[in-house]
Design a binder for this molecule. Structure first.
Ligand code: PEP
Ligand code: MG
Length: 769
C-alpha cells in the first residue's frame, strides 16, 4: 500500500493541472482498491455546491455537470460530518440522492471520505461497488483516508492559484486571486513580484518563455561544457582511489551529458521557446519521475544522479544569469523562504513588499522587515512562487493577504489604504519630540529595537529615547565569516554614537533557533530547544569575549552602553557571563581605554526565568522581557510555523499572567523592567504593558509614533481598568477583541488597522465575499 501511495503522490504532484491530478487519483485509486467506481466531488467556494469533478466508473458526461447542495445527499453528509461514511446498501439510506445521468443506480456499497485541509472541507472522495454483499473493510477505509489527506494539499494549492475558482455551474464571474497567510510587517504595498530562489534548486525554477532563443542555447551549451569539465576533473582526481565499478559512475554522468541524451532534449525544449533553466527543469523532472517509478531499486536510485546532474547544470546556468538581475522600481520579493541576504540584494528604495511561503509573523525575517518598514506576508503555504514572478501584486501586511493580478477596483481600494497610512504617519511626525506621557502624568520610555544602521536613522526620526534591543546577530548574519573585533567595534560605535547620551542596550550574540550563520551551521532536530543564545556563546568564550571587548571599546567616551544576555534559563549562566564581562572590562581598562562598567541585564524569555525573576534581579541591573520567545515557549507553539500560527497569541491569558508576575517581581527586587518583544509595538499590547508597570517599551521604529500617540491620549487609570478587565477573561481571542473594542471606542480605531473608511472597507469586503 505504501508503495502505491508513494507513486500516486509523485504522479499527482507532477500533474500539469488540477483536472489531470484528479484524473490520476480516481483511476489509480479505483485500480488499487479494485472497485468499480472512484469519484471526486469538490466544494465550489462560489456556489457552495459539491461538483462531480472526476470519476472512473460513472458516466463521463456527468463529470462537471452533476452537483449537490452543501448538505445534500450522502456527499453532503460526509462533508458536514467531516468523517468517513461506509455503507453496504447506499440506496436504502435516507440521505441517498439519485442522479440518473451518472448511471449510479447500479452501485450499492458506498465509502465516502471528506477531503479536509486546515480544518476546511474541500470535497469528498468516494468509492462505490455494485455487489450488495461487498462492504469496504477497515483497511480500505484507512487507505482512502490517507489518499484524501494527501489530496487535500494539492487541491488547496489549486484553489489558491485560482484553478478551481469559478467551477460553479452558475457561471459566477472570476474574482481577484487572493492568498491567505499571516501578517509579517504591517502596511500595504503594490508592486511587481520578483521570485527569488535558493541557488540551484531545480524545483524552484519558474516556467518562462525565452527572450532570445539563441542566447539561451548558448548559455546551456556553456553550462554543459563546464559541467563536463568539472566531472572529468573530479574523475581524474579520484581515479587512483576508486575501484573501476565506482569510476564507472562518472562515465554514466558523462554519457548522460552526451549530445543525444539529456542535453538533446533540453535543446529541443529551448527551441520550442522555453528559457534554458525551465527547459532543464522540465527534462530533468521527466527523467526523475521515470526513474522513481521503476520497481527496480537500483534503477530508482539513478534518479538521484539525474537530479544531481540537473543541479550542477542549473548552478552554471544561474551563474551565467546572475549579473543580469535588474529589480523593478517597486519590487515585491517572493520566495519559499526569505533570508536576510535576499533582502539585502534589492536596493532599499526599490523594495516595497515581501512574501514568504515559510515562516510566520514572529520569524526573524519578519522582524527585520518590520524594522525596515517593509509590508510583509508570511506563511503563504499554498502560493505558487514561480507563477508570481513578474505579476502585479498587492501585499496586505495588516491582514496577511496577497492578491495577484488585481482588478482595477481592488487596486484602487488598496491605493486608498496606502494613502491613508501615509497620511497617518505624516500626521504623527509632530509627536517626535513630545514625551510619552499619559494624560494623568505617567511617563513610559519608548525605545527601539535595531539590527541594521537603517533602523537607527528611522528610529531617530521617530523620536526614540534609546535602544532597548540591538540584535547584534544581524550584522553577523549578513557576513560570510565572524566579523573581527575591529569590525564589530565599528558597528557598535555607530549605534552608540547615534543615541548618546541615551542608553543603547546591546544583546550578546543570539544565534541558533531560526537564526543561522552560514559560516557556523548548527544542525539540530529541535533548534529552538537546542543550542541557542547564551548557551552557544558560553560554550565559545572566544566569540563572547571578542564581542564584549568590541562593545566596551566602542563605548569609550560615550558611557551609554548596556549589555543584555539572551535565553537565560539558569542563574549559573548569568554568573558565568558576568565573570567574563568583568574580566574583559578590567583587561580593556588595563589596555588604557577610559571606559565605565556597563549595566548588565538579562532577557526573560524562557518560562524558567519567569519563576526566578527575583534571583536574577539580585544579580543584574535590569531585566527585559522577550515576549516573542516567551510566548512560543509558554504556549509550546513554534513562532515560525505557519500551521500553528493561529495558536501563537501574546494575548493568551497565560502569557499576560506571566508578564504581570515578571513586572511585579522585578520591581519587588528594586530593578527596572522593560519589554522588547513585538507585543510592545502593538498599541493594545503597549497599553496593557504600561498598566502592568513596565518602565520601558522597546519596539520597531515604525510602531513607535502610533504607540506614543495612543499613550499620550489616555490615562494610566483607564489603562489599569482595561488590564483589570482582561485579566478576568480566559480566551486570547476574546481578550484581543476586548482590547481592540476599547481602543476603538476611545477613538484609536485608525491605529489598529487603516483602510476602514466607509468606502474602502465596504468595497474590499464586498470583493472578498
Ligand atoms: C524576543 O524573543 O521577544 C526577543 C525580543 O528576541 P528575538 O525576537 O530576537 O528572539
Ligand atoms: Mg528571543
Amino acid at each position: 500500500m505504501l508503495e502505491i501511495l508513494r507513486s500516486l503522490v509523485q504522479e499527482v504532484n507532477s500533474a500539469r493541472d488540477l483536472q489531470e491530478a484528479l484524473g490520476i487519483i480516481v483511476s489509480r485509486v479505483q485500480k488499487a482498491m479494485g472497485t468499480e467506481v472512484c469519484s471526486v466531488y469538490l466544494l465550489d467556494p462560489d456556489s457552495n455546491r459539491y461538483i462531480l469533478m472526476a470519476s472512473e466508473g460513472l458516466y463521463q458526461q456527468a463529470v462537471g455537470k452533476v452537483s449537490l447542495g452543501y448538505s445534500e445527499g450522502l456527499i453532503g453528509l460526509v462533508g458536514s460530518r467531516e468523517e468517513p461514511i461506509n455503507l453496504e446498501d447506499a440506496p436504502s439510506h435516507p440521505r441517498y440522492r439519485y442522479f440518473p445521468e451518472t448511471g449510479e443506480e447500479r452501485f450499492r456499497s458506498f465509502l465516502g471520505v471528506p477531503i479536509i485541509h486546515h480544518r476546511r472541507v474541500l470535497g469528498v472522495l468516494v468509492v462505490q461497488q455494485r455487489e450488495n454483499s461487498r462492504c469496504f473493510d477497515e483497511g480500505e477505509e484507512a487507505f482512502l483516508v490517507t489518499v484524501s489527506a494527501q489530496l487535500a494539499g494539492v487541491i488547496a494549492h489549486s484553489e489558491a492559484t485560482g484553478a478551481i475558482s469559478g467551477l460553479s455551474l452558475t457561471g459566477a464571474e472570476a474574482k481577484d486571486v487572493s492568498f491567505s497567510g499571516v501578517a509579517g510587517a504591517q502596511g500595504v504595498a503594490i508592486g511587481q513580484g520578483v521570485a527569488v530562489y535558493p541557488a540551484a534548486d531545480l524545483d524552484a525554477v519558474p516556467e518562462k518563455q525565452a527572450e532570445d532563443i539563441d542566447q539561451e542555447l548558448q548559455l546551456f551549451s556553456d553550462a554543459v561544457t563546464a559541467v563536463r569539465e568539472d566531472i572529468e576533473r573530479v574523475a581524474r582526481r579520484l581515479a587512483s582511489q576508486l575501484r573501476p565499478e565506482e569510476q564507472a559512475l562518472f562515465e554514466v554522468y558523462l554519457r548522460m551529458l552526451g549530445d543525444n541524451a539529456l542535453p538533446g532534449e533540453v535543446v529541443n525544449c529551448i527551441q520550442q521557446g522555453l528559457w534554458a533553466q525551465g527547459a532543464l527543469r522540465q527534462v530533468v523532472q521527466q527523467y526523475v519521475r521515470h526513474f522513481e517509478m521503476m520497481d527496480d531499486l537500483y534503477l530508482r536510485e539513478r534518479a538521484v544522479d539525474i537530479r544531481d546532474l540537473g543541479r550542477r547544470l542549473l548552478s552554471h546556468l544561474q551563474e551565467g544569469n546572475q549579473q543580469e538581475r535588474v529589480y523593478p522600481e517597486r519590487t515585491v520579493l517572493v520566495s519559499e523562504e526569505l533570508t536576510p541576504a535576499m533582502l539585502g540584494e534589492v536596493p532599499r528604495d526599490q523594495l516595497v513588499g515581501l512574501v514568504s511561503v515559510r515562516g510566520s509573523g514572529n520569524s526573524h525575517v519578519a522582524i527585520l522587515a518590520r524594522a525596515m518598514g517593509v509590508p510583509t506576508v508570511m506563511g503563504l503555504v499554498d502560493i505558487p512562487v514561480n507563477q508570481l514572478d513578474g505579476k502585479e501584486l498587492i501585499v496586505d501586511g495588516f491582514e496577511g493577504q496577497l492578491f495577484a493580478s488585481p482588478s482595477a477596483d481592488l487596486r484602487a481600494v488598496y491605493q486608498e489604504i496606502c494613502d491613508e497610512e501615509d497620511e497617518l504617519v505624516r500626521g504623527l511626525e509632530v509627536l517626535r519630540d513630545k514625551p510619552c506621557e499619559t494624560t494623568d502624568g505617567h511617563r513610559v520610555s519608548l525605545l527601539v529595537n535595531t539590527g541594521l544602521m537603517t533602523d537607527v536613522v528611522r528610529s531617530l526620526s521617530h523620536g526614540a529615547e534609546g535602544i532597548g534591543l540591538y540584535r547584534t546577530e544581524v550584522p553577523f548574519m549578513i557576513k560570510d565569516r565572524f566579523p573581527s573585533e575591529q569590525e564589530q567595534r565599528e558597528y557598535y560605535r555607530e549605534q552608540l554614537e547615534a543615541f548618546a547620551p541615551n542608553p543603547v542596550t546591546m544583546r550578546t550574540l543570539d544565534i541558533g533557533g531560526d537564526k543561522a550563520l552560514t559560516y557556523f551551521p548548527i544542525q539540530e532536530e529541535n533548534p529552538f530547544l537546542g543550542w541557542r543564545g547564551i548557551r552557544v556563546t558560553l560554550d565559545h568564550p572566544e566569540i563572547f569575549l571578542v564581542q564584549v571587548r568590541a562593545m566596551l571599546k566602542a563605548s569609550e567616551g560615550l558611557n551609554n552602553l548596556q549589555i543584555m544576555l539572551p535565553m537565560i534559563s539558569n542563574i549559573s549562566e548569568v554568573e558565568e557571563s558576568l565573570h567574563l564581562i568583568y574580566r574583559v572590562y578590567h583587561e580593556v581598562r588595563e589596555e588604557g581605554y577610559d571606559i565605565h562598567m556597563p549595566k548588565v541585564g538579562v532577557m526573560v524569555e524562557v518560562p524558567a526565568a519567569v519563576y526566578q525573576v527575583r534571583e536574577l534581579a539580585d544579580r543584574v541591573d535590569f531585566l527585559s522581557v522577550g515576549s516573542n520567545d516567551l510566548t512560543q515557549y509558554l504556549l509550546a507553539v513554534d513562532r515560525n510555523n505557519p500551521r500553528v500560527a493561529q495558536l501563537y497569541h501574546s494575548y493568551h491569558p497565560a502569557v499576560l499572567q506571566a508578564l504581570v508576575r515578571i513586572a511585579h517581581d522585578a520591581h519587588a527586587a528594586g530593578k527596572p523592567v522593560s519589554i522588547c518583544g513585538e507585543l510592545a509595538g502593538d498599541p493594545g499590547g503597549a497599553v496593557l504593558l504600561m498598566a502592568m508597570g513596565y518602565d520601558a517599551l522597546s519596539m520597531n521604529a515604525a510602531s513607535l509614533p502610533k504607540v506614543k500617540s495612543v499613550i499620550r491620549n489616555l490615562s494610566l487609570e483607564w489603562a489599569g481598568q482595561l488590564l483589570e478587565d482582561v485579566l478576568l477573561l480566559d480566551s486570547p481571542h476574546v481578550i484581543k477583541s476586548c482590547v481592540d473594542l476599547s481602543l476603538r471606542s476611545a477613538g484609536f480605531g485608525r491605529y489598529l488597522r487603516p483602510g476602514k473608511t466607509a468606502t474602502a472597507a465596504a468595497l474590499k469586503e464586498q470583493m472578498l465575499q
